[in-house]
Design a protein around this ligand. Structure first.
Ligand SMILES: *[C@@H]1O[C@H](CO)[C@@H](O)[C@H](O)[C@H]1NC(C)=O
Ligand SMILES: *[C@@H]1O[C@H](CO)[C@@H](O)[C@H](O)[C@H]1NC(C)=O
Ligand SMILES: *[C@@H]1O[C@H](CO)[C@@H](O)[C@H](O)[C@H]1NC(C)=O
Length: 356
């Protein structure tokens, strides 16, 4: 009798030399990074859109923005990892010591096959894999090792003015609407050190889902501080347990960015579609894209999300402080139930680890 199982076993045993029709063979540099990607997905992120994922995503930005036509810097070069001893002393990189402690060992483990610049981008792109609604961002490999630490004062801080932030991004070729696109990362993020008494405080009500809540929540009238008052860069928030950055509030209300902000509040697919290209652009800062290799096949498609924009419990259209002057903020349903006390994001760094 025809042994189908045996045939199948034979087929599976044949080394995969010919690419499936319609699929190209993976370039050698990408193949070398496959085990790194698998290790990160399994052992760093563990299938969760949690603290490790948020940290890896934040690292992309803090590494890449470290370049300026005036004072130099290498951009998306991995300097924040390799020269962490210098860059972690910058005030704007507060809290990244935990991220380097969490993510860094995976770089050191694989540094024979990946540079720190590629590592930061790969980890950041993979960090979205378990975040429902997130776009699949592209990943290009081939960065040289970084030459020097980034100069200080290039990473915008939550207390910087919108003028300063827009000017900083303009220096590296980003338009105001692209800043809003990048800020959609705050949908899956939180603050550890803005109010140091409450590490892991999320920016919106659902920090493990890449949804539009950040763009709704920040437009609601602020009424409380989730921890202590008087922190630099923090304003009152509308939902207990969430932390509002001053820069998010100001960008939400600045005439140059308010309409993009409002548009994202009720259009999750739009928010997602603008994020991927903006992150890719960050990943090319200081790099010649022509000399990099597209390894986007290494990045899984994040789970889909059916987003229903809603006001949080107890909040209504009358609580919205809109600033877009060409479109009214639409009325939305209010989530049922009592006002939320949003829980902190469980922290990845355990107490027995050395965070220094
Ligand atoms: C952080 O910097 C220290 C000191 O330069 C270095 O020994 C260490 O390898 C760096 N960490 C990573 C993850 O590269
Ligand atoms: C943010 O503000 C500080 C203090 O005013 C300033 O030194 C720094 O240059 C500002 N950063 C940017 C990116 O403009
Ligand atoms: C916010 O939530 C915390 C933790 O659940 C709770 O202790 C506190 O009373 C809440 N504050 C307000 C203003 O509801």
């Amino acid at each position: 009798m025809f042994n189908f199982n045996k045939l199948l076993a034979l087929v599976l045993a044949v080394p995969f030399v010919v690419a499936a029709p319609g699929k190209r063979a993976l370039p050698a540099i990408c193949q070398r990074l496959e085990p790194v990607a698998a290790d990160l997905l399994e052992n760093l992120f563990g299938g969760e859109c949690g603290d490790s994922a948020h940290g890896a995503l934040r690292l992309i930005f803090h590494d890449a923005i470290g370049i300026s036509p005036i004072v130099g810097g290498g951009g998306a070069d991995g300097s924040i990892v390799t020269f962490n001893a210098t860059e972690l002393t910058f005030e704007a990189n507060d809290g990244l010591d935990d991220v380097i402690a969490d993510v860094g060992p995976f770089f050191l483990k694989h540094q024979d096959v990946i540079t720190s610049g590629d590592f930061v981008q790969l980890a950041g792109a993979l960090s979205l894999a378990a975040c429902p609604g997130a776009p699949r961002v592209q990943f290009f490999a081939g960065r040289e090792p970084p030459k020097a630490p980034s100069p200080n004062f290039l990473v915008p801080e939550p207390f910087n003015t919108t003028d300063q932030i827009i000017e900083r991004f303009a220096q590296v070729g980003f338009e105001p609407h692209e800043i809003v696109a990048l800020l959609s990362s705050h949908s899956i993020a939180g603050a550890d050190t803005v109010d140091p008494t409450i590490p892991g405080t999320p920016f919106d009500t659902t920090p493990s889902v890449y949804d539009t809540n950040i763009f709704i929540d920040v437009l609601l009238k602020g009424t409380l501080f989730p921890g202590t008052a008087g922190n630099q860069g923090e304003l009152m928030t509308a939902v207990n347990g969430t932390l509002r950055l001053q820069s998010d509030f100001e960008i939400a209300h600045d005439p140059r960015t308010a309409c993009t902000w409002q548009e994202f509040a009720t259009n999750q697919p739009l928010m997602a579609s603008k994020f991927g290209p903006a992150v890719l652009k960050l990943s090319f800062l200081g790099q010649d894209p022509e000399r990099l290799t597209d390894c986007s096949e290494l990045i899984p498609q994040p789970p889909a999300l059916k987003d229903v924009p809603e006001f949080p419990p107890g909040q209504f259209l009358s609580d919205i402080q809109a600033s877009c002057d060409v479109a009214r903020f639409p009325d939305l349903p209010t989530q049922p139930g009592p006002p939320l006390d949003v829980a902190p994001i469980p922290q990845a760094d355990s107490d027995d680890e050395d965070d220094s």
